[in-house]
Ligand binder design. Structure first.
Ligand code: SF4
Ligand code: SF4
Length: 378
């Protein structure tokens, strides 16, 4: 099968274009149906304190006071409830967790206990996988950014490569693994230079360089490039998840801050922002022009979002700002390009439940038809 490389604008990506947004006035914790609040209005909340509990747990990223519950549309345009916490700017903890000095002796059962206690939706799949697989053959760390204008993994790899190698090595030790894999794309010279210096120092980690094709993170595509070592007992995680696990083992600290990349295609600039989780998107955007449009994570399959009501949680990796464009859809030419490029070769395209919503079919359509949108209308 012939795979596609996405053609985006060539932008200068420099992780020094960095700023922080760590003192928001408010945070908005998603109050999902069937969840219950552990806090009443006007009650004080500590940083990292459990505030909402249901199937998973949600923790506050700031200390402050509960204001109440508000409803507005999230970025998927679904009406959602949020628990609002007003910042007291004191970053008060109930218990300041100390470094786990014994972290090198962590066993698989310890990690399961940490994950069960934390029980965040970001780590649910990892926990299930670890519990269901008695033996983990290896860890495959996805260190590349798959989506157009997404640079979060690149930030981590350029910012602190030692931490990433240490984290993989520590997990190897936890699971008794002799070799794990870090995957990066072969066209990113800055990242490659960074990684090459460390590769030999960690004999339990192999770095694999993969071509810049899309969607490489789709399991069916990725398997073609990792079949020599990917087994049904391979734990596949991204760098954000790797660092989260490392944080749980090493410092017993909960993740309440995150890195997002902001790509402004109008100013042709890429920024990296460290922010508290669950703030409004508008608050982290500098000089945002209301005449522009904003997408979350992947401009190929995301709808335009309202920056004033979109809350950014850990699932948000990148934000893309672009000019408003009126797309014109022409009639279908029956050219078959959409099926030809589909990584899963789905005959009924986006209507098929196996569709991974990469939207490559629409990207290649000469008539400009958004096939994902077509299927969501049905
Ligand atoms: S690529 Fe577009 S024009 Fe060609 S068959 Fe598919 S939907 Fe029709
Ligand atoms: S049908 Fe389109 S969106 Fe779905 S997997 Fe295939 S190319 Fe991707």
């Amino acid at each position: 099968m012939k795979y596609i490389t996405l053609k985006g604008e060539k932008l200068n990506v420099d992780i020094k274009n960095y700023y922080e947004y760590l003192s928001p006035n408010y945070v908005f914790i998603p109050f999902l149906p069937s969840y219950s609040s552990k806090k009443e209005s006007n009650e004080m909340v500590f940083k990292e304190e459990l505030v909402l509990k249901g199937k998973n747990k949600f923790y506050s990223s700031i200390s402050g006071r509960v204001i109440g519950v508000k409803e507005f549309n999230n970025y998927l345009n679904i009406n959602s409830k949020y628990l609002i916490i007003e910042n007291d700017y004191k970053e008060k903890y109930e218990f300041k967790k100390s470094i786990n000095k014994n972290y090198l002796n962590t066993k698989k059962i310890d990690l399961i206990n940490y994950l069960e206690e934390y029980n965040n939706c970001e780590t649910q799949n990892i926990l299930n996988f670890i519990k269901e697989h008695e033996i983990i053959d290896n860890i495959i760390v996805v260190g590349f950014d798959d989506n157009l204008y997404s640079y979060q993994n690149r930030y981590y790899l350029e910012d602190d490569i030692t931490k990433i190698f240490d984290a993989i090595s520590l997990l190897n030790q936890v699971f008794g693994i002799s070799k794990s894999y870090l995957l990066i794309k072969d066209n990113n010279s800055k990242v490659i230079n960074n990684v090459v210096d460390f590769e030999g120092t960690y004999p339990d980690i192999s770095v694999n360089y993969l071509p810049d094709i899309y969607p490489l993170s789709c399991e069916a595509v990725l398997k073609n490039y990792t079949k020599n070592y990917m087994t049904e007992n391979s734990l596949v995680i991204n760098i954000g998840e790797l660092l989260l696990l490392f944080g749980l083992i090493y410092r017993d600290k909960y993740q309440t801050e995150m890195i997002v990349t902001i790509t402004d295609l109008i100013k042709k600039k890429v920024y990296f922002c460290k922010t508290k989780e669950y703030v409004l998107l508008a608050s982290i955007l500098k000089d945002y022009d209301p005449n522009s449009v904003c997408y979350i994570n992947n401009p190929l399959n995301s709808n335009v979002v309202d920056v004033n009501t979109t809350v950014i949680g850990p699932e948000v990796k990148s934000i893309i700002i672009d000019k408003k464009v009126n797309y014109i859809e022409n009639p279908c030419l029956n050219c078959g390009k959409c099926i030809e490029v589909c990584p899963l070769k789905l005959p009924d395209l986006t209507n098929n439940p196996a569709c991974v919503k990469c939207n490559l079919c629409s990207y290649m359509c000469p008539s400009g038809i958004n096939l994902l949108k077509e299927s969501s209308h049905e």
